[in-house]
Design a protein around this ligand. Structure first.
Ligand code: ACM
Length: 679
């Protein structure tokens, strides 16, 4: 009894002193996506001016430039004048601070090994990987491990064992509704690499634009793009850029619908006579390929052949979504063809078209990927179904034995929170998949649709929310602590700027334009607590958006998720839970909101574009007064309630203005109810 209790206290003492000697814990690591396994081994590796990287083994040479860029970023963050200019070859020397040990060259293809092991000891950092792609993933972890104390910068002593949960971790960029030049695409690919994502889906054709140079059919880009397209040289450059980062780049040519821009140059392949113009509006449109003409397939065969040679990836996306079939129903020739060939309806006609496309893709050694509408019997088992309409389609494709990736729930244009996307799991815990079916879910893709974004705002919609989704795709399913995700996301958000992404810096630039050079502070205080309306409500509030509408208003500058409102919401919850220490901070926030309206009104005199938020700014001041009264006590609140109808006024504050929502209404209402003693 006695001995065991002595033993127990000794053990406890050892554990306590061991923990105290560690400067880092899971709670202070800013890793995202969080690795499969992190073991704290104590101690730390001090970063000094003599830091250098040695690469051993037999990697593809793309690792040299990658490691060099990582070295630059490390030096940029720490101000260390590291001596290595360029890492250009492998070594056998043991004199480097950090060793990369890489067994073999990697292949930028689906299913390649991306695992790595990282060991940080007091005198050495060792990163071991099967191939250089795994090493790249590990190098990003090294950069995220950089920590600081009074003595300088260091990497905490850790042993990390890491590999992805899913092998398809993608970002789709729509470059058609609005065009983004190569520089934008490249820096988003850099963001993907930092978040260990591995596939870039390039949505290249739409009603509103055809974005690739075709040498065989030059009228596609000459007439279908307003001059905004990628040359084939630029396409190759981006593919190489992706490959250099272990990222596959594959194209989508949306067929047979979403195809107006093709027909501006080649109306003969449409299902209704032309002429056609580039579509300037948003929505689902009628133009669609004529699936009954052999000339259509001769054209698509040549075009796909040209693109198949340009894009080396084994997958080729044929779209397939939202073909409304109206042109088919209205065309007597097409109706006759359907009758003669026992094709009962438009869905079956699209199935026929897809089969013909499949033949063309197969001829060029490409595997088909398409939106979930492509799901039909008799497709080969190597196709991939991209589920956008619901998990239900992922289940359906898995039940039929097809591989699928999830995009439903990762639509950035729905303007949902990082939390919402983060908790959306491709294979949910309460899953309806059998283990065999679950294996067919090979990952997911974030989708960045571009109706309502331009080069100024596209990145503030992609980042940082995509980082949270990247963790969902990479990390073990059990990693789903929302608070810890937000804690790390705040750090990662800023690190992403190092890659020239504009998601943070364009905010104030846009506010400056809105105030015509006047002090932006009042506008920023306002914009910090609003969010754009959710889902597709922007299209249904009396504003008709077109391709060349201004995407420069407060709703565009506003971030998809207000971190200030989130903070206030959390403080309110703590207050209600009994933690009155948060009152001072809450009051300080509320007072700045209460006092903001008069300053913002003045700005509106010289910037009439801001008038659309006049009422909401006034509502913000009013509900802030309610919350201040509530924090002062029940009596104060009752005094206010005698003058105005609190319920009516809170309901009024919940209404959108200028297509933004005030994100403080719900917590203020909660606080008021709590103080009133109501649920
Ligand atoms: C889609 O969102 N129409 C794929």
């Amino acid at each position: 009894m006695k001995i065991s209790s002595i033993l127990f206290s000794t053990l406890l003492l050892v554990i306590i002193s061991f923990s105290a000697s560690m400067t880092q814990t899971k709670q202070t690591l800013n890793l995202m996506p969080y690795p499969k396994s992190v073991e704290f081994t104590g101690g730390e590796f001090r970063l000094t001016h003599s830091f250098a990287i040695g690469i051993k083994g037999n990697p593809d040479k793309r690792i040299f430039a990658y490691a060099t860029r990582v070295l630059r970023r490390l030096s940029g963050r720490t101000g260390l004048f590291v001596p290595q200019d360029f890492i250009t070859e492998t070594t056998t020397a043991d004199t480097f601070a950090m060793d990369l040990i890489i067994k073999r060259p990697g292949k930028v293809e689906l299913g390649e090994d991306e695992s790595y092991q990282l060991v940080v000891k007091n005198n050495k950092v060792t990163l071991t990987a099967e191939n250089e792609i795994g090493a790249m993933r590990g190098l990003e972890t090294v950069l995220q491990l950089i920590a600081a104390d009074k003595k300088g910068y260091y990497l905490p002593g850790v042993k990390i064992d890491d590999e992805p949960r899913f092998k398809w971790r993608g970002l789709m960029m729509d470059v058609c509704r609005h065009f983004f030049d190569v520089a934008v695409v490249k820096r988003n690919i850099d963001g993907m690499a930092a978040m260990k994502m591995n596939v870039f889906h390039w949505h290249l054709s739409e009603d509103q634009g055809f974005r690739v140079e075709s040498k065989l059919f030059p009228l596609l880009h000459e007439k279908g793009s307003d001059g905004l397209y990628y040359t084939q040289e630029q396409i190759k450059e981006v593919i190489q850029y992706g490959a250099d980062r272990g990222i596959r780049v594959y194209p989508e040519f949306d067929l047979p619908g979403h195809s107006t821009a093709w027909f501006v140059g080649y109306p003969e392949f449409a299902s209704a006579p032309g002429p056609y113009k580039i579509e300037r509006n948003w929505g689902v449109f009628d133009p669609t390929f004529d699936p009954t003409k052999e000339a259509t397939y001769e054209f698509l065969d040549k075009f796909i052949g040209e693109m198949a040679a340009l894009f080396p990836d084994e997958y080729f996306h044929i779209g397939g979504d939202e073909n409304n079939g109206k042109q088919w129903s209205a065309n007597p020739g097409i109706q006759k063809f359907m009758k003669e060939n026992n094709i009962p309806d438009n869905h079956a006609l699209q199935t026929y078209f897809n089969k013909r496309l499949l033949g063309i893709l197969t001829k060029y050694n490409k595997k088909m990927i398409g939106w979930d509408e492509i799901l039909q019997p008799d497709l080969p088992k190597d196709i991939v179904v991209q589920s956008w309409r619901g998990v239900k389609f992922l289940v359906e494709s898995a039940k039929k034995g097809y591989m699928g990736i999830l995009s439903n729930g990762y639509y950035l244009d729905h303007i949902q929170t990082a939390e919402f996307h983060y908790l959306n799991d491709p294979v949910p815990g309460d899953t309806v998949f059998t283990p065999e079916e679950a294996k067919l879910v090979i990952g997911g893709e974030v989708t960045s649709w571009a109706e309502l974004v331009t080069y100024e705002t596209v990145e503030s919609r992609i980042w940082p929310r995509t980082a949270a989704i990247a963790e969902r795709f990479w990390s073990p399913q059990s990693v789903r602590d929302v608070e810890d995700m937000y804690r790390r996301l705040a750090v990662i958000d800023i690190q992403l700027e190092e890659l020239e992404l504009t998601h943070i810096k364009n905010y104030e630039m846009m506010l400056r334009r809105l105030t015509m050079g006047a002090d932006i502070t009042p506008l920023k205080i306002f914009a910090d607590v609003v969010e754009p309306v959710k889902k597709y409500h922007r299209h249904f509030q009396g504003v008709k958006y077109r391709q060349h509408s201004p995407y420069t208003r407060v709703v565009d500058a506003a971030r998809p998720e207000s971190m200030t409102a989130r903070k206030f919401r959390l403080l309110t919850d703590r207050y209600i839970a009994g933690d009155k220490s948060v009152k001072t901070e809450m009051l300080s926030m509320l007072k700045s909101w209460e006092q903001n309206h008069s300053s913002l009104l003045k700005l509106m005199d010289s910037s009439p574009v801001l008038r659309e938020i006049d009422t909401m700014s006034s509502n913000l001041a009013e509900i802030s007064r309610f919350a201040i009264a509530a924090l002062e006590g029940k009596k104060q609140l009752e005094k206010v309630a005698k003058k105005v109808n609190l319920n009516d006024r809170l309901a009024a504050a919940a209404k959108p203005y200028g297509q933004v929502e005030l994100m403080l209404t719900a917590p203020v209402e909660k606080l008021v109810r709590y103080v009133q003693g109501k649920k």
